[in-house]
Design a binder for this molecule. Sequence first.
Ligand code: ADP
Ligand code: ZN
Length: 208
Amino acid sequence: MNIIFLGPPGAGKGTHAQKLMNELEIPQISTGDMLRQAIKAETELGILAKGFIDRGELVPDEVVIGIVKERLAQQDCQKGYILDGFPRTVPQAEALSQFAKIDCALNLSLADEVIIGRLSGRRVCLKCGATYHTSTLNGRTDCAACGDELVQRKDDTPETIQNRLTVYAAQTAPLIDYYQEKGMLRTVECTGTVEENHRAVRKALGVE
Ligand code: ADP
Ligand code: ZN
């Protein structure tokens, strides 16, 4: 199954994509994780992407389209994949349709007020992409999954979060109608606990 995860920052795309990756044994392809790893490794891509990401803006379409196209051509994507954070604009969706056959776009939906609380307490592992919230970490500063140190993303500050929400509404939300019109959209309200939301995600995908 080739799945797209849509939804505002903080709706839980990464969390549910990681769980599904383990359950369905198909890779999670997170453009955000790929870009953050490139920044950490100071590659050419990372140097280019850093300013956009830190300001909460989108990295140019041709850049992300290139990295996704290359990634989907790899062997482990042949039996399916979860696209987490891509496409984020209509031109990205149109480019994707030229080199991929998508089965379903899952729209994870959540109110802005909830998003701000979630993102401002978020801590991430740059090595494996796991995410945590300060409210449940009990002061712990290492990743329970891989042991690497947890960090606060530079774009998880109140000001940048607001900008990301504005960018989401203007550039990414139109994809909801785009996939709706193609009959590919399924929506899940992510207001419950992680477990409740995950059950709803599985149900929407028909993998109960
Ligand atoms: P979140 O969903 O929490 O906003 P991501 O990790 O998906 O976080 O993305 C973080 C940042 O990486 C975005 O704000 C943007 O700058 C960049 N980015 C990720 N995916 C894309 C994409 N498909 N197109 C453009 N920029 C992207
Ligand atoms: Zn980790």
